[in-house]
Structures are given as structure tokens and as C-alpha cells.
Design a protein around this ligand. Structure first.
Ligand SMILES: [Zn+2]
Ligand SMILES: [Zn+2]
Length: 302
């Protein structure tokens, strides 16, 4: 009971400090309830159109929003995005349901990469337990857990700051518009794919830092491992030991390791957001690594 009271008190404090309903109550709980309800409705009267909407939503919000936008573009700056695509990406990143881009980048750079698997500083290391790394940490985050100074350059970007301050309005406004168009569209294009992607990224945070869950090529200071299924199905994020070795490479797979089968599907999304020369740059890096196969060999399993 005291734990529940502490949890509620922390969330009330977050609300007072940020003037926004905290993530757990604004996104995590309601979107999961809506996703389950949408799945139930789909089960009641299935239409293959729902599957097409799901794939489109998974590509746009999970692939472009979370994996390309939040992770590679904003956090690691490993891709150039066309100027006219930037505000669109700001909106897509909000709709990926993983918190504001400034917050995400600050957490990812200042706490995860800088202190990976150090339980004192890494917010979601499995050293604090598998469930904690999977999703439990989201319930424990307070308004002052993440110092936004690790995303300081974005505090000068008006669009990014606006999307940060109005996060819940943008997200729920988008949901309301989609619900008005067609509730099943809102469920299958937006709510279900974003919750699916949130869980696949939670698999990355937990399984891909779990000793023995995969293999390592590089002796990074953390426990990161490459997990092929997560690499192929979660937009390359599962080539995670490669990513901790070279966080500034856009491609987490072949470009780092030279292994052709460590393909990073995010490469397929580059032409949608980047100028042609950027697409050419990233794809030729991949091609060179593939041709010259650097033959990274697994090191010890931690
Ligand atoms: Zn990691
Ligand atoms: Zn990263």
C-alpha cells in the first residue's frame, strides 16, 4: 500500500512540476487498455484491411518515429533529415508513444549509453531485474529523474520544445482525429502498432542487455548482446552489441560488423526522410562493409 501511495505521490509531483498528466496515466495505461479493446473488436469482426493498417502504423510510428527518429536522428544524430520532413518527424515521434523526443534523447544519451548497465546511472539495466528493464522503470521515472541537459541543443529548437510541452495534447489530439475518421482505423493504424512497438523496444532494453541472450562481437563495457530475431523484427535494434560499439553508425548491423545477415531494416526507411545524397552515403557504407566483410568474430558471452 505504501508503494502505491508513493507511486501516486510521485505522479502528482510530476503533474505539478510539468503541468502535464504523467506518461503512465496519459499514455501507458490508457493506450494499453485501448489496444486490448481494439484487438477484441478486431477478433469480433476481422477484416484484412486491419492488418494493412497495422503494418503501415508499425512502419510509420515504430520504424520511422521511434527507431529512426527518436533513436538515430535525435539521440545519435546518425542521419540527416530533409528540412520539410523535420516537423513531420516531430509529430510522428510524439505519436510513437515513447515520451517527448528531448526527454528520450536525454535519457538515452546521458543515462543509457554513458553508463550502460551501471545500476547507479543506467535507468533501465536488467541488472536491476528483467521486469524493471522491460517496463518497470517507466513506472518509477519521476519528473526530475532525467536531466534534460543531455539534450540541451534541442532546448533551442522551437518545434521540439513545443512538441515537448504539448506532448499529451498532440498525442490525444491525433487520436481524437483518427477516432472521428474511423475508430477501427485509430485502433489498428495507431494504438495497436504503437503499443506493439513499445513492447518490441522494451524487448531491446531487457533481452538485448541480458547476459547469454545473444552473442557479442565487441568487448563493450556493458552487457549488450546481438539477438538476431530482435535485429530483424525490431528495426535493427537487436544488433545491440554492434550499436553500443558504434553508436554513431546509422546502420546497427552490417555496416558495423560486416556480416551480411545482420541486416538493419531501418536502412529501407532512409529514402522517406533523407535527401538522396544521404541515402547514397548510408547505403554505400553498407555496401562497402558487405563487400569487404570485416569478419567480426564473437567474443566471450558475458
Ligand atoms: Zn543498450
Ligand atoms: Zn542508442
Amino acid at each position: 500500500m505504501t508503494k502505491l501511495k508513493q507511486f501516486l505521490d510521485d505522479n502528482i509531483a510530476t503533474y505539478r512540476a510539468t503541468k502535464q498528466v504523467p506518461y503512465v496515466f496519459a499514455v501507458l495505461i490508457p493506450f494499453h487498455i485501448l489496444a486490448v479493446y481494439g484487438l477484441y473488436l478486431g477478433y469480433q469482426s476481422w477484416d484484412w484491411m486491419y492488418a494493412a493498417w497495422f503494418v503501415a502504423g508499425w512502419v510509420i510510428f515504430g520504424g520511422l518515429g521511434a527507431c529512426v527518429g527518436l533513436h538515430r536522428w535525435v539521440s545519435h544524430k546518425s542521419i540527416e533529415v530533409r528540412p520539410f520532413m523535420r516537423p513531420i518527424m516531430h509529430w510522428i515521434m510524439v505519436c510513437s508513444c515513447q515520451g517527448s523526443a528531448i526527454w528520450w534523447a536525454a535519457l538515452h544519451r546521458g543515462y543509457h549509453h554513458a553508463h550502460a548497465d551501471n545500476p547507479e546511472r543506467d535507468i533501465h539495466t536488467p541488472k536491476d531485474g528483467f521486469w524493471h528493464a522491460y517496463m518497470g522503470w517507466m513506472l518509477k521515472v519521476k519528473h526530475d529523474t532525467i536531466n534534460l541537459k543531455y539534450g540541451i541543443e534541442y532546448l533551442k529548437d522551437k518545434s521540439m520544445v513545443w512538441h515537448h510541452k504539448h506532448y499529451n495534447y498532440v498525442l490525444w489530439g491525433t487520436l481524437a482525429v483518427m477516432m472521428a475518421i474511423d475508430p477501427m482505423f485509430a485502433f489498428w493504424f495507431f494504438v495497436i502498432p504503437t503499443m506493439f512497438s513499445l513492447h518490441s523496444d522494451s524487448v531491446v532494453n531487457s533481452v538485448c542487455h541480458f547476459p547469454g541472450a545473444g552473442y557479442r562481437y565487441y568487448n563493450t563495457k556493458d552487457q549488450s548482446v546481438n539477438v538476431p530475431l530482435v535485429g530483424w523484427l525490431a528495426w535493427g535494434q537487436g544488433w545491440h552489441n554492434n550499436h553500443h560499439k558504434s553508436p554513431r553508425h546509422f546502420d546497427f548491423g552490417t555496416t558495423v560488423s560486416g556480416k551480411w545477415w545482420e541486416f538493419d531494416p531501418c536502412l529501407l526507411l532512409v529514402p522517406f526522410v533523407s535527401p538522396w545524397r544521404e541515402t547514397k552515403r548510408l547505403w554505400s557504407q553498407w555496401y562497402r562493409a558487405w563487400r569487404h566483410n570485416e569478419n567480426a568474430t564473437p567474443v566471450e558471452i558475458v
